[in-house]
Design a protein around this ligand. Structure first.
Ligand SMILES: C[S@@+](CC[C@H](N)C(=O)[O-])C[C@H]1O[C@@H](n2cnc3c(N)ncnc32)[C@H](O)[C@@H]1O
Length: 293
């Protein structure tokens, strides 16, 4: 008996079938040189189902009665979920010192003390919980109704986000004073986020390409979508960014990762030059795309 099953090779045709299937589902864009990566990661599923070829696996993904569950396994295997608390400090400073005061002033003028923030592609939850901690540190928002929605396509990472328990890698840039205030040790090297931060956050499963479900989120004051669109091609970026535009209230802000920009993607947003960072903002008057409710 063989202890290790030999790797099954993926043909160029099989690669294209699977790559296009994944792209249609969730926008992840694998170039020709990713064949080895798909072969390695999806090869585990062939072994699991005792299949002899990637073509058989493709048919399973298309037609098996458990195809949705299998697609979820594929998403877990192919997404990159790297994240940590207080990532991209300069941008978070812009958020707390420049963006939040501006939103507060604008909304208080009309007696509106509600704030809705979406962390799109939240992975294991460090990003939405960071936003929650930053808001709890703002006395000016103490009597506001705050809702932070964290969404991701990978069920595996969402399970971790819902638990809210983290190891040391998540704390690589966390200020010690905040770590002390918002976390308690639950076992050796594992810290749980405090309920007062957790309670501001709702964690939900959402594929950014599922337009009807994205529409159900309602309007947001700020969208964080950091280190997500780097994995999409231009057409997929345009679709996702258009949906953020629709979800944002007029003058709402879109915060992308430091290596991401809307250059060649859309001119619908204004680029605001703050002291700490440059941030995209939906104009007060929508011109190019008229906002849907
Ligand atoms: C690198 S993580 C970014 C986490 C966090 N935003 C940050 O910057 O630290 C990218 C996340 O995007 C998610 N993602 C990729 N494609 C997606 C899609 N179509 N819909 C929703 N989430 C997606 C992945 O599952 C992954 O958890």
């Amino acid at each position: 008996m063989l202890l290790f099953a030999p790797d099954i090779p993926m043909s160029a045709d099989e690669f294209r079938l699977l790559r296009d299937f994944v792209y249609q589902h969730c926008g992840l864009n694998f170039t020709e040189d990713s064949k080895y990566l798909l072969e390695k990661r999806l090869g585990k599923r062939l072994q699991h189902h005792h299949l002899k070829s990637f073509k058989d696996y493709y048919y399973l993904l298309r037609y098996n009665q458990n195809k949705d569950q299998e697609l979820s396994e594929v998403v877990d295997l192919l997404t990159t979920n790297e994240t940590y608390f207080f990532r991209e400090d300069f941008q978070l400073r812009s958020f707390t010192e420049e963006i939040l005061p501006e939103i507060r002033q604008r909304k208080e003028q009309i007696g509106d003390r509600r704030l809705r923030i979406w962390s799109a592609g939240c992975s294991t939850g460090e990003e939405p919980y960071t936003i929650a901690m930053l808001l709890l540190e703002q006395p000016a928002f103490a009597d506001w109704q705050i809702e932070i929605v964290g969404t991701d396509i990978s069920q595996r990472v969402l399970q971790i986000a819902r638990k809210g328990v983290y190891g040391s890698a998540s704390f690589r840039t966390t200020p010690p004073s905040l770590q002390q205030r918002y976390f308690t040790e639950v076992e050796e090297g594992k810290l749980r986020i405090a309920d007062r931060a957790k309670n501001l956050v709702t964690i939900s499963h959402l594929n950014l390409f599922d337009a009807p479900r994205v529409g159900l989120l309602g309007r947001m004051d700020v969208v964080f979508c950091r280190n997500v669109i780097i994995y999409f091609d231009l057409a997929a970026k345009k679709r996702v960014i258009d949906s953020f535009f629709q979800r944002l209230r007029p003058e709402g802000f879109l915060l992308l990762g430091h290596s991401e920009s809307l250059m060649n993607v859309t001119n619908a947003f204004v680029l605001r030059h703050f002291v700490h960072d440059m941030v995209y903002q939906r104009p007060a008057l929508a011109s190019a795309f008229e906002a849907k409710p």
